[in-house]
Design a binder for this molecule. Structure first.
Ligand code: FRU
Length: 455
């Protein structure tokens, strides 16, 4: 396969060069959204992991900043979070200039030991590591990583949710330096079992008061049998100040996103609402994607709400900044040429329908509403030989919540489709690497659509 070097999406974050996986330390401060990210600075594949750094005012366009945190004698800088310490509880700043405090996992590449450390910044650009790192360790726990700090309104303190093998643990602290365990949550009692990664726990306002959501990214399956999948699950319940309690006890696991390419999503701290960003990639083939000098991309930032459905409360995702993008919407014919490599498409229809994106090489990506399902099919969308495992994820099919009329919001951004169907209850991120840009659109079925450029 010839590498096409222009797969880079326009409004999805990608590193300037080299590698990224999980979004980290997302925090809002001084009018800017800060995104840190798992970053190998030497190679466009997973390796010696640092924290890269970028900022954005609109969550669509990002400015690259120097690497924020580099590996040290405790190891690489694995995933974690940042808080805007407005009350200077840590003492790392002043009341006038509150510090931004990062808490992350140090992963020792030789021993695989994982401990939690902190670093702080008062210019929100340069980070200083705390002299007494690590601040949290437990030699009894394997796979102890990805601390997510959040404000605990019950204890009036900081809390931490962190992956601890097959469960997540909760800790609390007054100053972000000394942590005491307050509880745990075992995924698997009412959900799928697996190794937990990148948890997050946050309150969501609903018509029936505040509920709490616990998100856990999970390695499901057995590595030795080659059937491993990485998926992001969530639970709905309450937070009693010590731990999360699953009150809904769903029989089936709830998925945050149905696409092939979405993992390790967490929220921004200190933002006006619960804004999620995930890594829009799949560990099964992420190290092999044909993107050239960079690898890895983030999902769009999306607001997470809880909506009541006939099945109970469910997370609905709405992309941030969509109104701004949609300003230039134009109606589109059933068959038309595509002028842009990145565009948004809003489709409303009845019954069944199919949206086809084609190019001159005979490649085609389809999005179909058929009866009670939504299907995204990339079987013939691109060449698959860059990775043996890419073709194992050809199709996404999701059961709809309703029948009949449908509305699909789609952002297609060069090499990544993000679909938000049924008012965000069915989000799906799917990557594609066509030989040439899709330049033709065909709409089949009783539907109407508007299109707008994305730039
Ligand atoms: C999730 C993850 C995290 C870890 C990081 C390492 O994708 O495995 O658990 O901190 O990636 O890069």
């Amino acid at each position: 396969l010839q590498e096409r070097h222009n797969y880079r999406p326009k409004v999805h974050f990608t590193p300037l060069s080299m590698w990224t996986n999980d979004p980290n330390g997302m925090v809002y401060a001084d009018g800017m959204y800060h995104l840190f990210y798992q970053h190998n600075t030497e190679e466009a594949r997973w390796g010696d992991i640092h924290w890269g750094h970028a900022i954005s005012a609109d969550l669509l366009h990002w400015q690259h900043l120097p690497v924020a945190i580099c590996p040290d004698e405790l190891g690489m800088i694995f995933s974690g979070s940042c808080v805007f310490d407005a009350l200077n509880t840590s003492g790392f700043g002043t009341a006038e200039r509150p510090p931004m405090v990062a808490i992350y996992t140090n992963h020792d590449p030789d021993t695989k030991k994982e401990v939690q450390s902190i670093a702080y910044s008062t210019d929100y650009l340069h980070f200083i590591k705390y002299e007494n790192n690590p601040v949290l360790e437990d030699s009894n726990i394997k796979d102890f990583r990805d601390p997510k700090a959040f404000w605990n309104p019950v204890r009036n303190s900081w809390s931490l949710v962190i992956a601890a093998g097959d469960r997540v643990n909760f800790y609390s602290s007054k100053n972000l330096k000394e942590w005491e365990q307050t509880g745990e949550f075992i995924a698997g009692e009412n959900g799928l079992k697996g190794i937990c990664e990148c948890p997050d726990c946050f309150p969501v306002q609903t018509g029936e008061g505040t509920k709490w959501v616990l998100i856990i990214s999970m390695i499901i399956g057995d590595e030795t049998k080659g059937n491993v999948e990485h998926k992001t699950q969530y639970f709905i319940g309450t937070f009693d100040g010590d731990k999360f309690i699953d009150t809904e006890k769903e029989k089936e696991p709830l998925w945050l996103n149905y696409g092939t390419d979405y993992y390790a999503a967490v929220t921004f701290q200190n933002a006006e609402s619960n804004i999620l960003v995930g890594w829009a990639d799949n560990w099964a083939y992420a190290n092999e994607t044909p993107t050239g000098k960079y690898r890895g991309q983030m999902s769009l930032a999306a607001k997470a709400d809880l909506k009541k459905t006939s099945a109970g409360y469910r997370i609905a995702l709405s992309p941030m900044g969509l109104e701004k993008l949609m300003a230039g919407s134009l109606p589109v014919e059933k068959e038309s040429n595509l002028e842009w490599e990145s565009f948004g498409l809003t489709v409303t229809g009845k019954g069944s329908g199919k949206i086809n994106l084609h190019n001159g090489c005979g490649e085609k990506l389809t999005i179909e509403v058929s009866g009670d399902e939504i299907i995204i099919d990339r079987t013939n969308a691109d060449e698959k030989d860059f990775s043996a495992r890419y073709a194992m994820f050809n199709k996404v099919s999701v059961k709809r919540y309703q029948k009949g009329d449908y509305r699909l919001e789609m952002i297609f951004d060069v090499s990544l489709l993000e679909l938000f169907a049924e008012e965000g209850l069915i989000p799906a991120a799917v990557s594609v690497y066509p030989k040439e840009p899709y330049n033709h659109l065909l709409l089949e079925g009783d539907m109407e659509a508007v299109i707008y450029p994305v730039k």
